[in-house]
Design a protein around this ligand. Structure first.
Ligand code: NDP
Ligand code: SOE
Length: 260
């Protein structure tokens, strides 16, 4: 099936590893050009070069901290220099670990900037480019935690819930511009970060059992998704094959969500 994204420019934040990298590869495999961002430039540029060579598309790395206004502006400028974005995947993000009683304002602010303001600023900056190109697609990577909170990360739960509502609101604002906006709420995705944390908690011999215990506790399929399973869904939602989908949130969680 041709997804109709050939030669489009897809901007993916947090595209140097994990889900974002798989999404970038998914787009490139469909013939889209990609602009990936992350703070760490070495890994970012190595992956951009690899993707460009492997899929014979244009693949650019822009080192930027999207938790800052300057970082977002840098991404917007880079996309403009490439002719403008058709697709934006707001993916950069990370888990937290705190209690509400103990976390200070600075921590709340950081996650607000990373999970919400990045989407606000990049949306504000890239929507005009999409309009000029006749339309586009924006996808927000929130989390199942946006509606089914984990006890140890109240800041993550709260900011991801805000991102979900931002996505819905933006969808309403740009629906007349042929720009579709959606959210995906992933469940457990086996990224290098999960493996690293599991090794820290359970050691080299025990980490697989630890990851399995996390999946068992989630229930449903009782396994982690691969980043590629997530990417297939992301790329489809940003493609012309999903042309009637906007303003929605899709759970891709192997059955972990406990409600309808
Ligand atoms: P990873 O930690 O594997 O990758 C995160 C990516 O984001 C990296 O490229 C990182 O690069 C980049 N990044 C982090 N902070 C910033 C920043 N301030 N500015 C720019 N880039 C940044 O994450 P995952 O692939 O696991 O997760 C991706 C998204 O999916 C996140 O939003 C997460 O909340 C969500 N998610 C993940 C789940 C999972 O099980 N893995 C489940 C549900 C949701 P660098 O550090 O170099 O900046
Ligand atoms: C609009 O030009 C458009 O092609 C959307 O219809 C697609 O869903 C997306 O691929 C990007 O832009």
């Amino acid at each position: 099936m041709d997804l109709g994204v050939k030669s489009k420019l897809a901007v993916i934040t947090g595209g140097s590893v994990g889900i974002g990298l798989a999404v970038a590869e998914g787009f490139a495999a469909e013939g889209a050009n990609v602009l990936i961002t992350a703070r760490g430039s070495e890994r970012l540029h190595a992956e951009a070069s690899r993707i460009g060579a492997k899929y014979r598309v244009e693949a650019h790395g822009v080192a930027a901290d999207v938790a800052t206004a300057e970082g977002c502006a840098k991404v917007v400028t880079a996309a403009a220099q490439l002719g403008g974005a058709d697709i934006l995947v707001n993916n950069a993000g990370t888990g937290s670990n705190e209690t509400i009683a103990e976390a200070d304002d600075a921590k709340w602010q950081y996650y607000w900037d990373l999970h919400v303001m990045a989407a606000v600023r990049l949306g504000r900056g890239l929507v005009p480019q999409m309009k000029a190109r006749g339309g586009g697609a924006i996808l927000h990577n929130a989390s199942i935690c946006a509606v089914q909170p984990l006890w140890y990360e109240p800041i993550y739960n709260t900011t991801k819930a805000a991102l979900m509502m931002f996505s819905k609101t933006l969808a309403n604002e740009v629906v007349g511009d042929n720009i579709r906006v959606n959210t995906v709420n992933p469940g457990l995705v086996r990224t290098p970060d999960w493996v690293k944390t599991a090794k820290q908690l359970a050691g080299e011999d025990g980490f697989e059992a630890h990851l399995q215990s996390v999946a068992d506790e989630a229930g449903g399929m009782k396994r982690f998704a691969t980043p590629e399973e997530m990417a297939n869904f992301f790329v489809f939602l940003c493609s012309e094959k999903a042309s009637y989908s906007t303003g929605s949130t899709y759970f891709v969680d192997g059955g972990w969500l406990k409600t309808v």
